[in-house]
Design a protein around this ligand. Structure first.
Ligand SMILES: Cc1ncc(COP(=O)(O)O)c(C=O)c1O
Length: 372
């Protein structure tokens, strides 16, 4: 199947990158980086050139998300996975409850479950279903994942939590595009390699005063051993000075800043609207073809950042995906490997254009229908 499939010229997208992570980095960003000459790359993160860049990122995010004045934008190395451990070690007092619906939310639960001095509880649904996040009186942290990248499920609403409870949201693949009122969230974190079109390895943790106070309180508790690299006080103190604790990738900050500037031109509401339009295109296409069906049945849980589309078993998607990659037309649209479904997983991140997604749908239909 598909070994000799030739992509019609008019259906070749302008950019082949539809992967759910890392995402497409616009080539213009790379050119702009080159244009910084000798002023940025190779400079210490304690020097003004880098500190100013970090400050611009922090201020750009404040503007984009319309953050309350008293929220902190904390940054550090290690990405979102690093935070799974450091949140468990340094921000939970006694118990966290995790609403899990896929690989990443489960991974976060497992990280907390390994911390000996806290309890972690898993409220799980079968992969492919959405989940409703609720307050829990017996927990001091509620954990959920804004966009479960492995299954394409979003959180459709957030609860009011108790006065001393931290509502923590992993926003890695949806943050910036999937609707979320951050003023209701205490800890909103992500890696910048998805909607924010940068490279991985960095984390951004937006913290309410309540989350900041909790992190500082636990950091001051000598009875808990937390490695220096995961010490929240150190991360917060450095971020307040527009720095990271240890040396960051400047390139990552640079691309992130370019993307924030770009997204600030449309604003958060505008970006969400554009995302909705792209998502409607993909899901309408999947519903219009007998051989396709959206993996997520309940519409309110369907992601506007990552679409998962099941394909009739008669058509094996693997050789098609391999063929499209070999021709250079389309990269990385396979389903999440551990799900093991006959599925396309298509990123609809901000920089992936409506026109390219439209071409992709036409191309996939053309290829499949040529075999039916
Ligand atoms: C929802 C979610 N959380 C966490 C991660 C892990 O991010 P990182 O690679 O920055 O550790 C990912 C990566 O794809 C993700 O999609």
């Amino acid at each position: 199947m598909f070994e000799n499939y030739e992509v019609p010229k008019e259906l070749i997208p302008s950019d082949p990158r539809f992967g759910s992570g890392p995402s497409k980095i616009p080539s213009e960003f790379v050119k702009s980086l080159l244009a910084t000459g000798h002023e940025l790359l190779g400079t210490s993160h304690r020097k003004p050139a880098v500190k100013n860049l970090v400050k611009e990122v922090q201020e750009g995010l404040r503007k984009y998300f319309n953050l309350p004045e008293d929220y902190s934008v904390v940054l550090g190395n290690g990405g979102a996975t690093f935070l799974f451990d450091s949140i468990g070690l340094g921000m939970v007092e006694k118990k966290s409850v995790h609403y899990t619906c896929g690989e990443f939310s489960s991974k976060w639960y497992k990280a907390h479950n390994r911390v000996p001095w806290i309890e972690a509880e898993n409220c799980a649904v079968e992969f492919g279903n959405g989940i409703t996040v609720e307050n829990r009186a017996d927990a001091d942290m509620i954990c959920c994942t804004l966009n479960e990248t492995s299954t394409g499920v979003i959180i459709d609403s957030l609860p009011e939590v108790d006065k001393d409870t931290i509502l923590a949201v992993d926003a890695t693949s949806g943050g910036g595009q999937v609707p979320c009122d951050i003023s209701k969230v205490d800890l909103f974190f992500f890696g910048p390699q998805k909607v924010f079109a940068s490279e991985g390895g960095l984390y951004i943790a937006i913290m309410s005063p309540k989350a900041r106070a909790r992190a500082l309180k636990i950091a001051a508790d000598d009875s808990r051993y937390v490695p220096d690299i995961m010490n929240w006080k150190t991360a917060i103190d450095n971020s307040d000075k527009n720095q990271t604790y240890n040396t960051p990738s400047i390139t990552t900050f640079f691309y992130l800043n370019e993307q924030i500037k770009l997204m600030n031109r449309s604003g958060y509401a505008g970006v969400q609207e554009e995302a909705k339009r792209r998502a409607e295109l993909i899901y309408n296409w999947a519903e219009s073809k007998a051989y396709l069906s959206p993996f997520i049945k309940e519409k309110k849980y369907r992601s506007s950042a990552v679409a998962t589309i099941d394909v009739d078993e008669k058509i094996d998607v693997n050789p098609l995906i391999a063929r499209l990659a070999a021709t250079g037309a389309v990269y990385n649209i396979e389903g999440y490997r551990k799900l093991g479904r006959n599925q396309f997983r298509i990123a609809m991140f901000h920089n992936i254009t409506f026109e390219d997604l439209e071409k992709l749908t036409k191309l996939l239909s053309h290829a499949i229908e040529s075999e039916l």
